[in-house]
Design a protein around this ligand. Structure first.
Ligand SMILES: [Fe+2]
Ligand SMILES: [Fe+2]
Length: 135
């Protein structure tokens, strides 16, 4: 499954747990989201984003997306199971993640397909061929 779809899928499961008052179930899935998102972001930043920066393309767009990656990391780290506003903060985080993924899917990814040279694709292939979980 596409990694973005998988992340949104976990987000949907988290929402369903929170909607039924199951904070503990949501909490376990939030840990999975943090893990999977961390892995995804790491490959994105070392692969596609690095390749675009090396090529001198779309620096501002890449910087904005990387800033959002850092925001997600911070927002997830700041959550607490007993927080009174846990549901609202998770909702905000998941909405933000959805918009971020749309920006990538509809903006930087299709643009990269057209503009990225062979060296950039080699970099992405190298990052994606690393054994999952070895980092
Ligand atoms: Fe991203
Ligand atoms: Fe992404």
């Amino acid at each position: 499954m596409d990694e973005h779809l998988a992340l949104l899928d976990v987000g949907g499961e988290i929402r369903r747990h929170l909607d039924t008052g199951d904070r503990r179930g949501a909490w376990q899935l939030l840990a999975r989201l943090a893990h999977d998102l961390g892995h995804h972001v790491d490959r994105e930043e070392r692969g596609l984003f690095r390749a675009l920066k090396d090529q001198g393309d779309f620096g501002d767009a890449v910087a904005e997306l990387e800033g959002e990656h850092a925001d997600f990391d911070e927002a997830l780290s700041d959550l607490g199971l007993e927080d009174g506003d846990l549901e609202a903060r998770v909702e905000e985080l998941l909405d933000h993640l959805s918009v971020h993924i749309d920006k990538e899917n509809l903006g930087i990814f299709p643009v990269a397909v057209v503009t990225l040279g062979a060296t950039g694709w080699d970099r992405i292939a190298a990052v994606h061929s690393e054994v999952v979980g070895s980092a």
